[in-house]
Write a protein that binds this ligand. Sequence first.
Ligand code: 2AM
Ligand code: CA
Length: 247
Amino acid sequence: MDLYQEAKEIIIKAGEQVLERNGIEEIKEKGKADYVTAVDFQVQQLIFKKLLELDDSIQFLGEEKDNEEIDFHKNIWILDPVDGTTNLIHDFQHSVISLAYYEQGKVQFGIVYNPFSKELFEAKLGEGAYRNGEKIKVSQNENLSECLIGMGTAPTYRQNADTNFKRMRNVYDGCQDIRRIGSAALELCYVACGRLDGFFEENLKIWDYAAGKLLVQEAGGQVEILENKVIASNPAIMEAFKKIVME
Ligand code: 2AM
Ligand code: CA
């Protein structure tokens, strides 16, 4: 059995449930601006049930569950059933399922699927990154002034808004323009395929970036996780970009 192929099929199938948005009106606020809907729970449940049928020895780490028992010395599925929940609530059509498989201290493969655009981003450790079967590469822009940068607002940490927006202003002053898509996993995929030259967000969780990080690296880019900040870009601008966001 090919765990990777099977997982991919499970994710694509689960995408149908995201598209249906059944139960989207059942919204809970887990914290300030931190939402979960019945769709998030249903999709997580469906995927974990299917993955369990594949191999019941692999642990599950998922956004919508208690992950206290996870042993990082053993194998783990890392799932965000809906990355971009606020987008899904508003039918903004930029939400993805993000799944990573972690073994021997490393993410071995990552799959990010946007059911709205039917774009599937995938990467296996050491084997490159792909979008719908075609190899992808990070951009080659060398000057930050020519770069399009994705930046998250870390919406659940409103107390940091002044700092976040000041940082965003600093990046904006140094680059061509900024974008805010609302799904960290998708933004990392956009860095991987060169639509964005860089991405930054603070206070992300492992399920937001586990798959996307591998995608960027396998597409020739760099990802640094520093002080709870995720910085991703093509290698040429990394130092200049990092300097601004870490100021
Ligand atoms: P989510 O939609 O799965 O919550 C938006 O700024 C990005 O940050 C999204 O990828 C969003 O993921 C993530 N995000 C927002 N609040 C979060 C939280 N409390 N924990 C983890 N990720 C969060
Ligand atoms: Ca989520």
